[in-house]
Design a protein around this ligand. Structure first.
Ligand code: PEP
Ligand code: MG
Length: 578
């Protein structure tokens, strides 16, 4: 039976294909029988995995510095206790014997038993400890080599026609999907600027988040239409609807082909204002798309994605290679690399946050500054890569003067070390701050005095200004880039930066929304950074506008407080002949 679901379209276009349900249980393992002669070997394999994880946790515990927050050590101790509980470390062995099954399966059965008990607990704090059980189990599974990532668990032969339907996906899951060729994916959870949605946009396939019950209602292999522009999903469509959407898909694709002819045109407005249209990337391989869409540089390389989906961490050398590869490939165009913004919804494996509010906790620069060694190795890698071309280093989530000073001191320290070691770097590398915390926007002078440039991170600026968790679909309806507070903050940041002659860019999702291009130009923005897939749409808008003609309506918008009136003024602005 045909039915329709509405969510938040995060990436435009239409996809038509068969649904493939991605399990939302992170503990997915295969079950297989073993011979009775293999039982003792299987038990030994299980014991070795538990032993390795025990050693890892002990090592982790001993490495926690004395100044680290006490929760960190309590968190590791808790994981040690969970691992040592007989249910996870002894009872699986009994199952291996009685069921003659593989160790992964035995462990999973026992973990599920514990998790079920957690689900029944009323106390919310205790219920949240469920995640710790999952993480410990995942660690052992990884050691057993039996846990597949969500992406690897998928069929590869027919993937081009597949629509992935998931309850929720982490940004790390989505980045793994980059290596595959799905037609589309949709999730029940997530807001339009959650990192999951942000990465989804870079896949350049139609996708929808916040559908709420898709995973429950859609059946495996069912035909599904995804309209990523409208945020609409149609399950089990009849032939008439299918026909209509096939036509719409064709129209959309031919419009995209047409846009490609603008690739090499310089983004200059009708009244001669030159605009930078730069690209946001997550991994070095994204540079292909950057070039295919004619970006004028890279405005945001979210370097933390190099740290996800792996059990070890990239060392200085590996990072140097990755940053160098990107800078070289851009052939003299500017490249802005953001120091890692880990924490909140982007956690390295095995270090899931136990914070009640991770987005307000040890995230981004805060995490860097309490882990100076890791930060220093990234800074050294960045500086060394600066010999390959123009590099800007961007620091995320700065909010206070001491953080600015400490970050700059760390960069000076890295430069000093490299000089001592005789390793080359460009002493003129520009250092910038992301302005994404309202306090930073309101005390901007503090940044303008010390930084070479700033970049407005509207995804977080909106999240923090309007107090809306960007990953929570239940408050996604409040996430409003046109909120008067947001417009006036963006305007004041651009104005103050211009007064101080400090270059200012905007790299949040707003930059890639062509409906907002005229508004941002009217607010004074000249440097946009967005996912490659949006560059040509935005360029088309830039080429067809005279910026001077926008001022009157934009000024009116800045004075307006009523949401409906703001929306109608935006329509007026976009319809203006100029
Ligand atoms: C932002 O916050 O606007 C931004 C660009 O950074 P991220 O989306 O990675 O938090
Ligand atoms: Mg941000």
């Amino acid at each position: 039976m045909t039915f329709t679901l509405h969510g938040i379209g995060v990436s435009g276009g239409i996809a038509i294909g068969r649904a493939h349900l991605v399990s939302h249980a992170s503990l997915e393992v295969a079950q297989y029988q073993i011979k009775s002669s293999e039982v003792s070997g299987e038990i030994a394999r299980f014991e070795a995995a538990v032993k390795t994880v025990r050693t890892q946790l002990m090592q982790l515990h001993s490495e926690i510095s004395a100044v680290a927050p006490s929760e960190l050590s309590a968190f590791v101790s808790l994981h040690q206790m969970i691992l040592d509980d007989a249910v996870l470390s002894i009872e699986p062995k009994n199952l291996i014997v009685s069921l003659q099954c593989n160790a992964e399966w035995a462990l999973k059965q026992k973990a599920d038993e514990v998790l079920e008990r957690f689900d029944a607990i009323e106390d919310s704090y205790l219920r949240e400890r469920r995640m710790d059980v999952v993480q410990v189990t995942e660690r052992v599974l990884r050691e057993l080599g039996g846990q597949q990532s969500k992406a690897n668990a998928l069929p590869t032969d027919t993937e081009q026609g597949l629509i992935l339907v998931a309850h929720d996906l982490s940004p790390a899951d989505v980045v793994e999907f980059k290596r595959h060729q799905f037609a589309s994916f949709v999730t029940d959870g997530g807001g339009s600027t959650s990192h999951t949605a942000v990465v989804a946009r870079s896949l350049n396939i139609p996708s929808i988040v916040g559908l709420q019950r898709a995973r429950e209602l859609i059946r495996e292999n069912e035909w599904v239409i995804v309209d990523g522009t409208a945020g609409v999903l149609i399950a089990d469509p009849d032939t008439r609807i299918l026909q209509q959407y096939r036509q719409r898909k064709e129209i959309h694709e031919s419009a995209r082909r047409q846009l490609l002819t603008l690739r090499d045109t310089q983004p200059v407005s009708l009244d001669g204002v030159a605009v930078q249209l730069q690209a946001n990337i997550e991994l070095p391989e994204d540079v292909k798309q950057v070039k295919a869409n004619g970006a004028t540089g890279i405005g945001l390389f979210r370097s933390e994605f190099l740290f996800l989906n792996r059990s070890d961490l990239p060392d200085e050398e590996e990072q140097f290679q990755a940053y160098g590869e990107v800078i070289k490939a851009m052939n003299g165009l500017p490249v802005t690399i953001r120091t890692y913004d880990l924490g909140a919804d982007k956690q390295i494996e095995g270090s899931q946050s136990t914070a009640v509010n991770p987005a307000l906790g040890l995230r981004a620069i805060r995490l860097c500054l309490i882990e100076p060694h890791r930060f220093l190795s990234q800074l050294r890698a960045l500086l060394r890569a600066s010999t390959f071309g123009p590099l800007n280093i961007l620091i995320p989530m700065l909010s206070s003067a001491p953080e600015i000073d400490q970050s700059l001191q760390m960069i000076t320290r890295a430069q000093h070390e490299l000089t001592q070691e005789g390793l080359a770097f460009d002493p003129k590398v520009r250092i910038g701050a992301m302005i994404e915390v309202p306090g930073a926007a309101l005390a901007l002078e503090m940044f303008l005095k010390k930084m070479d440039f700033i970049s407005i991170g509207t995804n977080d600026l909106i999240q923090y200004t309007l107090a809306i968790d960007r990953t929570d679909e239940s408050v996604a309806y409040l996430y409003d880039p046109l909120h008067p507070a947001i417009l006036s903050l963006i305007f004041s940041i651009i104005k103050k930066a211009n007064q101080h002659k400090v270059p200012v860019a905007l790299c949040g999702e707003m930059a890639g929304d062509a409906k907002l291009t005229r508004l941002l130009l009217g607010l004074g923005l000249r440097n946009f950074s967005m996912h490659s897939a949006h560059i040509l749409d935005v360029k088309e808008r830039v080429l067809k506008v005279s910026i001077d003609g926008l001022q009157k309506i934009v000024k009116k918008m800045l004075r307006t407080r009523e949401p409906e009136r703001l929306r109608s003024l935006l329509e007026e602005l976009n319809a203006l002949e100029c």
